[in-house]
Each structure stands twice: as structure tokens, then as C-alpha cells.
Design a protein around this ligand. Structure first.
Ligand code: SF4
Length: 214
């Protein structure tokens, strides 16, 4: 399930400690790894500062695209649906040259799921807008066009993780991440006006309506 729509799942988490920290799968770029298509971390390495350093959390970073396609690489985006549709064979992943990367993206997603199972992760925090790691919003077709289109939906790796029962939040789900941090750090008080990605004014304006995978 997507944690942003099911915050009660946080209440069901076990009480982690420094000795037995919460095991969290994290997109490689969110952990500062230079695994983006251009060999950077997209400037996201500090996005979870404060959370990933908590003694009661252990991060397990992984990049499904780097695993399957290497870095640097061309830019994959989903055409004709979202990650669930890709897994079901109803949609494809193409790069900006219209090269079909569907099989590689599914391989990368399977590798991320295997990594998650190997480390018995309890939830995942993944980079939104990615064709692999997206969870709230992804591109609708190629992003490298004059007018990029968006859709509510999940990436290919996120689809497999959700199917396997791993709860997923995005780095833009600030309300949910604040609640998570408050569970792990009892002295933490989150911003009262923190919003998740689907509650942001941009999302409300451009992508009204329910998330198809909530
Ligand atoms: S596939 Fe995921 S981990 Fe890798 S660069 Fe893209 S968003 Fe980051």
C-alpha cells in the first residue's frame, strides 16, 4: 500500500530500537548515490537528511535502473499506463530514442524486490516521478519533450514492491515522512502544515482525482 493514503500502517510498525532498527529500502539516489541517468544523485542526496541518520532506522539503498541498465544511461519512461500495467504487459517502457527498455526495467524491479526480501525491509521510501521508483506521480510518456505530461501512478519497481506487500512512501510525502520520523524520534515535532505529494497544490491542480493504486 501507499503509505500516504494509509498512515495507520505506521501505527502497526514494530517499535524499532538502535539495536533492532527499522529496515527501510531507499532509492539509491535518495541515499546520495550517483546512480541517476546522468551519473548524479539528481541533488536528492540530502532529501531525507535527519531521517536516515536516526539510530532507529537502517537504510538499504538500491537503484533498479542502474542494476539493469548501468550508469549513465538513457531516460526510461512508461508509455500507455503505469508500472502495474507494465508488469501486466499492457504498457511499455521506452527511452527518449524510443528504444524498448521494458524487459530491462522489469529485471531491475525484480532485483530491487529480491534485495528488499534479502534484507527483510519493512517499508520503502522511493524517489517520485521515476519510471522505476515513482509512487505518487510519474511521467505519462517521454519526459524529454517540450510539454511533459504527468499521471498519477507507480513505477515498475514500486509496482512489484507493493504487490509483495512492502509499504511505499515517496520523498515528497512530507506529512507521512514526518509521522514516520516522530515514531522513530520521540522528541521530533513535524511541521503542522506538511503535505504529502497528492495534497500539494500543484498535484491538486494538474492531477485531480484518485490515485489508481492507492
Ligand atoms: S531508478 Fe530509482 S534509485 Fe535509480 S536513479 Fe532513478 S529514482 Fe533513483
Amino acid at each position: 500500500m501507499l503509505l500516504a493514503y494509509h498512515a495507520a500502517l505506521l501505527d502497526g510498525l514494530r517499535e524499532p530500537t538502535a539495536a533492532e532498527p527499522l529496515r527501510v529500502l531507499v532509492s539509491g539516489c535518495l541515499a546520495g548515490r550517483p546512480c541517476g541517468v546522468d551519473g548524479s544523485d539528481y541533488g536528492l542526496g540530502g532529501a531525507l537528511t535527519g531521517l536516515l541518520e536516526l539510530p532507529a532506522l537502517r537504510a538499504f539503498p538500491f537503484c533498479p535502473e542502474q542494476h539493469a541498465l548501468g550508469t549513465p544511461r538513457t531516460t526510461p519512461d512508461i508509455h500507455g499506463g503505469d508500472g502495474v500495467d507494465v508488469i501486466a504487459g499492457r504498457a511499455k517502457v521506452l527511452d527518449e530514442h524510443r528504444v524498448d527498455l521494458t524487459a530491462e526495467m522489469i529485471d531491475g524491479a525484480r532485483a530491487m524486490l529480491a534485495f528488499a526480501k534479502e534484507h527483510r525491509v519493512e517499508l520503502a521510501i522511493l524517489t517520485d516521478m521515476s519510471a522505476a521508483c515513482g509512487s505518487q506521480v510519474i511521467s505519462d510518456g517521454c519526459r524529454l519533450v517540450k510539454e511533459r505530461r504527468f499521471q498519477k501512478g507507480v513505477g515498475v519497481a514500486t509496482a512489484l514492491l507493493l504487490e509483495a506487500g512492502v509499504p511505499v512512501a515517496s520523498q515528497r510525502d512530507l506529512r507521512t515522512l514526518g509521522l514516520l520520523r516522530a515514531r522513530l524520534d520521540r522528541g521530533y515535532i513535524g511541521a503542522p502544515d506538511a503535505r504529502d505529494h497528492h495534497e500539494h497544490p500543484w498535484t491538486l491542480e494538474h492531477l485531480p482525482g484518485p490515485h489508481p493504486r492507492r
